[in-house]
Structure formats: C-alpha cells, structure tokens
Design a protein around this ligand. Structure first.
Ligand code: AOF
Ligand code: ZN
Length: 342
C-alpha cells in the first residue's frame, strides 16, 4: 500500500493547509482540515473548521464530496469527534456517508470528543493514525497544551536593554527595540486569544494592545487588564479598536481560569514587571519571547519587580530559537522550573 500511503501524506499536507486558512481562528476550538478521497484516490471534498459553533471540517468536506465519498477515505488533521457538542459527532457523519477508511493526524486530547478512532473501528471503518502527527499537533500547539493543562498556555514577551532595563530611568515609555521587532510583536499578538497587562502598564505606557498587521479575517485578541487601580477613561486600551476585559484580581491562577472559561487557549503576557513576577512565582509562565536591544540604559526598572525565586531555585529557559530581528536579538524558549536545591 505504498502508493496509498504516499497519497495519504499528500492529502494530509493539503488538509494541514486548509486547517490554517486565515478564517480559522485560534480560539476555543482547534484548527482542523479535512480532505475526502474517492475510491480511486482522487480529491472530491475539502473542508476546514471556522471556529466554535460552526460545522466541523469533516462535515464541510463530506458535503462537498456528496456520493463520491462512498467507499472513499477521509484524511483529517484531528481525530474525528465522537461527541454531540455544538455540532457532531463526525464519526456518525463519516459512517453515514459510507467512508471506508479514515486517516488521522493528531489524536483528540479532550475527554469528551476524543476516542473517535475507536468508535469508527467499531463500525467497521479502517483507521490509520499519526500521519504527519507532529505537524498536525503543531498547528494546535497552544490548544493542545491548554486542554491538557486546563488553563491557557502563557507566553511572556519582554523587550529589554542589554543591561536588563525594560524602561528608562523615569519608568516612562521608552522605545527599547527597533521597528522590526515592534512589527514582529504584532504578528505574535495575532497568534493568541488574549494580551494581558497590569494596570501599572496602562497607567505608565498607555498601550493600545491591538494587532495592526493581522491577516484578513483573523480573530482580534481580547485585551485584558489585571488589577484593581482605576483606569483613566481615555486610556487607549479602552478604545473601540478591540474588546477589553478588566479583571479585578492579582491572582494569576484566577486570571487564567477566567480566561480559559471564556475560551482563550493562549495568553500573551506583555507587562509589566509586577505582573510578570506574579505569574513566574505561580509557575504560570510557559514560554518566553525575549527581545534584547543592543542598548545600555544605565538606569530604570528591570524585567521583574519584587522577584522571589521559585522554591529558592533560579528559573531556567530551554532556548529553542535565537534570531536577529532588525538591530535587536530575539530569544524564544520554554521556561523550566527547577526543584529547590537542584
Ligand atoms: C472534529 N472536527 O473540525 C473539529 C473538532 O462542540 P464543538 O462543535 O465546538 O466541538 C469542539 C470539540 O470538537 C473540540 O474541543 C475538539 O475536541 C473537537 N474539534 N473535531 O471532529 C473538527 N474542530
Ligand atoms: Zn467533529
């Protein structure tokens, strides 16, 4: 069946492209693509999921394929669901359409929808899993993490000078990184469900926290301000460019629980030093995107305020990528919390 397998991989690549169409939001639901092959291996249906409440990828693709799906193969980036949620189950739709085989990329990690492969096998459908599995999982990396952890993935973005300052001597807004790094942050923002700052950042920096370079149709991230100090009514974060949520809490656990309940699966922590320290102390920073500007400010606040190490040990970062962005350096890594005494 080498021929069949090569065809499956090609179809899965196409399903992966469909899953990442710009109108597929990075929200409560995963991004999923599906391709239907007829008995002879020709593509007769394509579909992708466009977010919570809309039809699943399989249903869209099956509708396009019509009768040609009978005896054919469904190639789908995520294991078909077996639950009745807002839609579904896709397992039933596939069986009803007479599909003989299903090729799956990533297993569905949720309790409710997962297990569709077994359901399909029980109905006589031949199921093959793990085709381009890592690629399929990467499309939904934050979502996969979040459903397993029961809270959103947290990425901390920092822009600091070579001597570790995140603002000038007066603490006020200072342009630390250059235009290329600043443009990149907008791309980073378009990849998350929420951008979180503390009231202190709003009072000092008055950021707008919008995505100015988002792809057409991409979802706008929620702006979240954490803290209890009142905000000036003319704060830019309160304009009508994007929705804003004020959470009157200093507890990162509570903030993330609230955001998870609202369907947010990836949070970008953008400031400032007090909020970042609180999230790190709670071991709730998972990734860091750190822009290092070739600049010595000499004075001014550092990236973390009131910092106390986690359990008496320093926190490490497993570096995954380093790049030069304009005149700055970007380091991306995964945060590693060590045990005390290690
Ligand atoms: C699929 N195909 O295209 C997607 C799936 O209640 P719903 O409709 O919002 O279902 C969402 C859950 O279904 C989601 O958490 C995930 O487990 C699965 N997503 N499954 O068969 C799809 N988007
Ligand atoms: Zn489904």
């Amino acid at each position: 069946m080498a021929d069949g397998e090569a065809r499956w991989v090609m179809a899965m690549r196409e399903a992966l492209t469909l899953a990442q169409e710009p109108d597929a939001p990075l929200g409560e639901n995963p991004r999923v693509g599906c391709v239907i092959l007829d008995r002879d291996g020709a593509i007769v249906g394509r579909g992708h999921h466009r977010g919570a409440g809309t039809p699943h990828a399989e249903v869209v693709a099956l509708a396009q394929a019509g009768d040609a799906a009978r005896g054919g193969t469904a190639v789908v980036t995520l294991e078909p669901c077996r639950h009745v949620g807002r839609t579904g189950p896709c397992t039933a739709a596939l069986v009803q359409a007479g599909v003989a085989a299903v090729v799956v990329g990533q297993q569905d990690p949720t309790d409710e929808a997962g297990g569709g492969a077994r359901t399909l096998r029980g109905q006589g459908v031949e199921v093959t899993g793990g085709v381009l599995g890592p690629e399929c999982e990467r499309v939904n990396a934050a979502w996969t993490f979040a459903v397993r952890a029961g809270r959103p993935l947290v990425t901390w973005k920092v822009a600091a000078s070579l001597d570790g300052r995140v603002a000038g001597p007066d603490g006020g807004p200072t342009s630390i990184t250059g235009p290329a790094a600043r443009a990149e942050v907008h791309v980073l923002r378009s990849d998350v469900g929420a951008i979180v700052v503390g009231t202190g950042t709003v009072l000092v920096d008055d950021p707008e926290l919008t995505v100015r370079l988002a792809a057409q149709g991409a979802a706008i991230p929620l702006r979240v301000v954490v803290g209890s100090r009142p905000l000036p009514p003319d704060a830019r974060v309160l304009d009508d460019q994007a929705p804003t949520l004020v959470i009157d809490s200093h507890d990162p656990v509570q903030v993330l629980a609230d955001l998870f309940d609202r369907g947010i699966r990836h949070v970008l922590l953008e400031g400032g030093p007090t909020l970042a320290a609180a999230f790190l102390r709670a071991q709730l920073v998972d990734r860091v995107e750190w822009y290092l500007a070739p600049l010595l400010l000499g004075d001014g606040p550092v990236a973390l305020a009131d910092w106390a190490t986690v359990g008496g040990a320093p926190v490490g970062v497993d570096v995954e990528d380093v790049a030069i962005v304009g005149e700055d350096v970007r380091v991306v890594g995964r945060v590693r919390y060590q045990q005390a005494g290690l």
